[in-house]
Design a protein around this ligand. Structure first.
Ligand SMILES: NC(=O)c1ccc[n+]([C@@H]2O[C@H](COP(=O)([O-])OP(=O)(O)OC[C@H]3O[C@@H](n4cnc5c(N)ncnc54)[C@H](O)[C@@H]3O)[C@@H](O)[C@H]2O)c1
Ligand SMILES: [Zn+2]
Ligand SMILES: [Zn+2]
Length: 380
């Protein structure tokens, strides 16, 4: 990770704009690049998919935004016209990812949309941890934000806020439900708040870092569990829920899960030896803990094949499972309104406000959870 001077981006297609970045953030997903779990990065690639700023150049065909507008940009790049975009599944856009054959080959699946600054298999677009960024399909992605709200209030509409919202949505929460959230990082933080806004009665949040558990408890009003302080998390969750287990289990951890049981340790070895792509500790536990008839919502990122998937428990309990990249564009207008209404606490999670030049240190701190680092905002 280094900070370099590169040529300024320009309009390539007439549906592009160029944005002068005012604030950008580091995401847990960036750590999967940083730690080499999401591959196909190349030397000199510009990272960053959470950013906002001012529109400074506008392609001829762009209608919805104009020079001088202040915009937040969603992380998936989506055309707005294909079958999937029309269905609201912007994270599956068929047109934005010119390198779709890489994930198709790797996953044996159809390609996801492109993502800003997120490797060549996700399109090879330059990202927004930069002074300027080219934003394609400008009539589809960027949303205008009113003057008078701070960058920090709206920046996370680019990713983690809608991502937490979608995590809760895919859990199909009913009034009175108990929701358990694995991971109290930024995505877990917004999943907890979203779960309450969508009708959850109780939210139980799980992590091991005191500062993250404190945010979950004090800001998001969850009951919290430090998983390092229990030998049997699944049993503890059952005990806390009258023997039934949580109605909805959200995995906001992803492929770099930690754990101290035998399976977690063996996952770590297998991942290191490339015998398994992901460390699926949280996925397994969500399935084992969920109440019969419950829902499992996977919002943490995974990249391939896993071992020891408890399909028997999944089947026996009649669970439903959903996963996926967040379709940010679908939720942004509604969530902007909710942010303006004050429904979310969007700023308490920010522990570090730094300059772009500090990015290498910021990545290290956020990756290692050093110095109480819960979320970094960088200003170019
Ligand atoms: N689906 C999407 O569209 C989308 C969007 C943004 C982020 N993500 C993914 O969501 C995940 C979380 O992102 P983040 O920014 O919050 O990352 P983060 O690294 O800051 O947080 C992850 C948290 O999980 C905790 N954790 C690790 N192992 C655990 C376990 N076994 N049980 C409970 N908690 C555990 C860690 O201590 C950490 O606090 C990442 O995989 C990221 O890639 C997905
Ligand atoms: Zn992200
Ligand atoms: Zn599309």
């Amino acid at each position: 990770m280094s900070v370099e001077t590169v040529p300024d981006p320009e309009i390539v297609q007439q549906s592009d704009v160029v944005v002068k970045v005012s604030a950008t953030a580091i995401c847990g997903s960036d750590l999967h690049l940083y730690n080499h779990y999401v591959t196909t990065m190349q030397k000199g690639d510009v990272l960053g998919h959470e950013f906002m700023g001012e529109v400074v150049e506008v392609g001829r065909d762009v209608k919805r935004v104009k020079k001088g507008d202040r915009v937040v940009v969603p992380f998936p790049i989506a055309c707005g016209r294909c079958y999937f975009c029309k269905a609201g599944i912007f994270g599956a856009c068929d047109n934005s990812n010119p390198n779709g054959e890489i994930p198709e080959g790797l996953y044996g699946a159809q390609a996801p949309s492109a993502i800003f600054g997120y490797s060549h298999m996700y399109g090879g677009y330059s990202g927004g941890q930069a002074e300027y960024v080219r934003v394609p399909y400008a009539d589809v992605g960027p949303i205008k934000v009113p003057d008078g709200v701070s960058d920090e209030q709206v920046l996370f509409l680019s990713d983690i806020l809608p991502t937490g919202w979608q995590a809760a949505k895919r859990g199909e929460i009913k009034a009175g439900d108990t929701v358990a959230v694995w991971g109290c990082g930024p995505v877990g933080y917004f999943s907890i708040q979203s779960a309450y806004l969508q009708g959850a009665d109780r939210v139980i949040a799980i992590d091991r870092f005191p500062e993250r558990l404190a945010l979950a408890r004090d800001v998001c009003k969850a009951e919290v569990i430090n998983y390092e302080e229990t030998d049997d998390l699944v049993e503890l969750l059952k005990q806390m829920t009258g023997g039934r287990g949580p109605d909805v289990c959200i995995d906001a951890v992803g492929l770099e899960a930690h754990g101290h049981d035998f399976l977690s340790r063996s996952d770590r070895v297998k991942q290191t030896l490339r015998l398994e792509m992901d460390r699926p500790t949280a996925v397994r536990q969500t399935i084992q803990a969920a109440a019969k008839g419950g829902r499992v919502s996977i919002i943490g990122v995974y990249g391939g094949m896993i071992d020891k998937f408890p399909l028997g428990a999944f089947f026996a309990k009649g669970l439903r499972m959903a996963a996926g990249q967040c379709d940010v564009q679908q939720f942004m207008p509604d969530l902007l309104q909710r942010v303006l209404n004050g429904d979310f606490d969007t700023t308490s999670l920010i522990s570090h406000r730094l300059g772009l030049d500090d990015a290498p240190d910021a990545y290290r701190m956020f990756c290692n959870k050093e110095d109480g680092c819960t979320k970094v905002v960088l200003r170019p």
